[in-house]
Write a protein that binds this ligand. Structure first.
Ligand SMILES: *Cc1c(COP(=O)(O)O)cnc(C)c1O
Length: 422
C-alpha cells in the first residue's frame, strides 16, 4: 500500500460484523477462564491482553499504523513525546553509559538529556549537527550506546544529514535514534536512510488538531544487537522476565519488546485509549494536512522573504536557506509548516507584530491545523536578557510561525495587516 492508503487502512482490519471504526477499549483489564491461561500471558508464552499498562487493543492498533507508516517492525505509544525520547534512550542505556546527541533539539529533550538523565548516571555529549565526520567521531567513547538527532530540529529548523549520522553511529556499533516529529513519515522515513529507531511527539502533526499529548517509539528491526555486543540488556537473560533473552526470543522485535515488556511495565507512561483513538483520527488525514501545511508554509516563506519589514527568514524550502540542499535530499516533497523569521526593529517590533495578529493565535504549541505564533523572547525564553538570548540561538526579534491549513491568502492578509501596524 502507498502511504496515503496506510494512513487510512493500517493497524485495524475489522472482521465480519465488527465495528468499521477502531473501537476505544476503555478497560484496564481482561477476563480469563483459568489461572493457567492467565499464567501463560505473564510468561510471554502466549500473546493476549490482560492489563492496559502492558498492552491495549486501541493503543496497539494505532502503534501498528505508525510502525507501518515509518516502515518499522513494531511501535509503542507513550503518554507524551518526552516519554518517548526518554524511553528510547533508557531502553539501551544504563547508569555509567553515554550517548551522543545533536545540540539542535527540542528544548524539553535538551533538558531531559542534559540534566535529568545525568542524575540517573547517563551522560550525553551534545554536538553541532553540522559537524564534520572527524568531530562527530571524536564525541564517541568506550561506553557510548546511541546517537540521537531530529530530522528537522524544533525550533532551529536544522535539517539533519541522517545518512551520514547513521553511518557514523554504525561504525561505532550503536544505533541512530531519530526524532521525526516535524517531518512525519509523510515527508521523511528515517529508516530508509539507515536510522534504527524513530521517536515522535504525536502531539504535533500526527494528532494535528491540538487535542492530545502523546508520543511513539518505532523499531526498524534492522539493528544487529548481537553483532554489536554492546547491549547485554537485549542479548543476555532478563531476570525480571523469567530469564528471557530478547534477541533470542523476539529477533527483529527485540528492542521494542524489551521497551514494552520491561521499561513500560516498570515506568508506565501509557496513553489513555481515548487519546490513542483521537490520534488515529489525526493520522487518517495526515497526508492531506502535511501537503497543505507545506504548500502554505512555502508560499508564506516566499512572501516574507520579499517583505521589507522582515530582516531574515528561515525555511528549508527557500533556495538560499542553509539547509536547502539537505532538504532536497531528505524532504523532496516538503518539510513542515514551521517557519522562523525576524521583524526589523527587534524585540519591540516583534511584540507589536504579535499583538497585531488576528487569525494567527499566540499559543505554546506548533504543528496543528490552526496557524499559531510564538515569540520565544517573550514566552519560552523570557527569563533571558538579549545577550543570553543570542547565546541560546534565539534572537530577540525571532518569531516562530506555525503555518496552519487555512486558506493561505487569509494567513498572508493577517501577517500583512499586523506588519502594517509596526
Ligand atoms: C514537542 C516535541 C517533543 C516533546 O513532546 P511532548 O509531546 O510535548 O512531550 C519532542 N520532540 C520534538 C521534536 C517536539 O517538537
Amino acid at each position: 500500500m502507498k502511504i496515503e492508503t496506510k494512513c487510512i487502512q493500517s493497524g485495524y482490519t475489522p472482521e465480519n460484523g465488527e465495528p468499521r471504526v477502531l473501537p476505544i477499549y476503555q478497560s484496564t483489564t481482561w477476563k480469563y477462564g483459568t489461572t493457567e491461561q492467565m499464567g501463560k500471558l505473564f510468561d510471554l508464552e502466549e500473546s493476549g491482553y490482560f492489563y492496559t499498562r502492558l498492552a491495549n487493543p486501541t493503543n496497539d492498533a494505532v502503534a501498528a499504523k505508525i510502525a507501518d507508516l515509518e516502515g518499522g517492525v513494531a511501535a509503542m505509544l507513550t503518554s507524551s513525546g518526552q516519554a518517548a525520547c526518554f524511553y528510547a534512550i533508557f531502553n539501551i542505556c544504563n547508569a555509567g553509559d553515554h550517548f551522543v546527541c545533536s545540540s539542535s533539539v527540542y528544548g524539553g529533550t535538551f533538558n531531559l538529556f542534559g540534566t535529568t538523565m545525568k542524575k540517573l548516571g547517563i551522560e550525553v555529549t551534545f554536538v553541532d549537527p553540522d559537524s564534520d565526520e572527524a568531530t562527530l567521531n571524536a564525541a564517541f567513547r568506550e561506553n557510548t550506546k546511541a546517537m540521537f538527532g531530529e530530522t528537522i530540529a524544533n525550533p532551529a529548523l536544522v535539517v539533519l544529514d541522517i545518512e551520514k549520522w547513521a553511518n557514523i553511529a554504525h561504525s561505532h556499533g550503536v544505533p541512530l535514534i531519530i526524532d521525526n516529529t516535524f517531518a512525519t513519515p509523510i515527508n521523511c522515513r528515517p529508516f530508509e536512510w539507515g536510522a534504527d529507531i524513530v521517536v515522535h511527539s504525536t502531539t504535533k502533526y500526527m494528532d494535528g488538531h491540538a487535542t492530545s499529548v502523546g508520543g511513539c517509539v518505532v523499531d526498524s528491526g534492522n539493528f544487529d544487537w548481537e553483532k554489536s555486543g554492546k547491549f547485554p540488556g537485549l542479548t543476555t537473560p532478563d531476570e525480571s522476565y523469567h530469564g528471557i533473552t530478547y534477541t533470542e526470543k523476539f529477533g527483529k522485535a527485540a528492542y521494542i519488546t524489551k521497551l514494552t515488556a520491561q521499561v513500560m511495565r516498570d515506568l508506565g507512561s501509557i496513553p489513555s485509549p481515548h487519546n490513542a483513538f483521537l490520534l488515529n483520527l489525526g493520522l487518517e488525514t495526515l497526508f492531506l494536512r502535511m501537503e497543505r501545511h507545506c504548500s502554505n508554509a512555502q508560499a508564506i516563506a516566499e512572501y516574507l522573504s520579499k517583505n521589507d519589514k522582515i530582516s531574515w527568514v528561515k525555511y528549508c524550502g527557500l533556495k538560499d536557506d542553509k539547509y536547502y540542499d539537505l532538504a532536497q535530499k531528505y524532504l523532496p516533497n516538503g518539510s513542515c509548516g514551521v517557519i522562523s523569521f525576524g521583524v526589523k526593529g527587534g524585540r519591540e517590533a516583534a511584540v507589536k507584530f504579535m499583538d497585531g495578529l488576528r487569525l494567527a493565535a499566540i499559543v505554546t504549541h506548533v504543528a496543528d491545523a490552526r496557524t499559531s505564533v510564538l515569540h520565544p523572547a517573550s514566552h519560552t525564553h523570557r527569563q533571558l536578557n538579549d545577550e543570553e538570548l543570542v547565546a541560546a540561538g534565539v534572537t530577540p526579534d525571532l518569531i516562530r510561525f506555525s503555518v496552519g491549513i487555512e486558506n493561505v491568502d487569509d494567513i498572508i492578509a493577517d501577517i500583512q495587516q499586523a506588519l502594517d501596524q509596526i
